[in-house]
Ligand binder design. Structure first.
Ligand code: TPP
Ligand code: SF4
Length: 275
């Protein structure tokens, strides 16, 4: 591609046709991401998108940037490695609430704490879509839609905003797949903000949670400038119901980037093993 020709959102989509169910929110996340990357204007080979496993984690295959569709729950570990080895790249990670908060929950905490300059699309549908509809960490306790939990889970769900703030996240925005233009703006803001940025995307699973079509009526835009102090954000969003959208927190911690990582090369690492 000629670098002087401005790229369009379409240029950031691959030729693969997504196999998501018709109406899945993930289509709009792809649209928003492609728009954000076109607006960012970096060549495709300077962007890496890392994912785990799940319907949402198929995202890299449908983009034209470098991608890695890896192991369940380990997207953030891989993304951190990519960013530390190649700080010149724009690095994103993506995956579902199961991938990021169940099996990957520990990595989520440490990614917030460590603050490597990555933008993470946490595509939340409050269910394990790929494995046919089991409850996830963000599922409400009284949801009885899975045969595994016919009387609900009875367990308090994780609130990604509160969890991220407690763990030291540097940027937290919430978007809705049904509003892809606004979501593109939030993804762009997350990429521009130094450090670990979480874009919590409400992305309906129309197959196993058809009632999530009603999220359209539930979401509302935040009516204040983002908090920059975690205590202020906690106080402001203590009673948050999970449907406030926009940039909810923007901190100013310096990203984690050890000098040593910047000088490591594959040849150097190989030499170290040979010695
Ligand atoms: C180590 C491991 N454990 C379990 C699974 C089975 N598995 C695949 S995807 C998935 C959860 C998917 O849910 P989520 O991350 O919320 O994504 P969604 O499909 O809803 O987008 C699970 C449990 C797996 N692939 N690997
Ligand atoms: S099962 Fe749910 S999350 Fe997976 S593609 Fe279908 S609608 Fe989307």
């Amino acid at each position: 591609m000629n670098a002087s020709v401005p790229m369009t959102a379409q240029d950031f989509k691959s030729d693969l046709k997504p196999i998501w169910c018709p109406g899945c929110g993930d289509y709009s996340v792809l649209t928003a991401l492609a728009k954000a990357l076109a607006e960012l204007g970096r060549p495709r080979e300077e962007v890496a998108l890392i994912s785990g496993i799940g319907c949402s984690s198929r995202l890299p295959a449908y983009t034209s940037v470098y991608g890695f569709h890896g192991v369940h729950g380990r997207a953030l570990a891989v993304a951190a490695g990519v960013k530390l080895a190649r700080p010149d790249l724009t690095v994103l990670a993506a995956g579902g609430d199961g991938d990021g908060l169940s099996i990957g929950g520990n990595h989520f905490l440490h990614a917030c704490r460590r603050n490597v300059d990555i933008t993470y699309l946490l595509m939340d549908n409050q269910v394990y879509g790929m494995t046919k509809g089991q409850a996830s960490p963000t599922t409400a306790p009284d949801w009885c839609g899975s045969k595994l939990t016919p009387h609900g889970t009875g367990v308090s769900p994780v609130a990604p905003l509160h969890l991220a703030l407690a763990a030291g996240v540097n940027f937290f925005a919430r978007g809705f797949a049904g509003n892809p233009n606004e979501l593109a703006r939030l993804i762009g803001a997350g990429i521009a903000h130094p450090g670990f940025s979480v874009i919590h995307v409400l992305s309906p699973c129309v197959t196993f949670r058809p009632e999530q079509r009603g999220w359209k009526q539930a979401v509302r835009a935040v009516d204040a400038t983002p908090a920059s102090d975690p205590a202020e954000a906690f106080a402001r969003f203590a009673a948050d119901d999970g449907f406030t959208t926009g940039i909810l927190f923007a901190g100013d911690r310096a990203p984690f980037m050890p000098a040593r990582a910047m000088t490591a090369t594959v040849a150097g690492i190989a030499q170290g093993f040979a010695a």
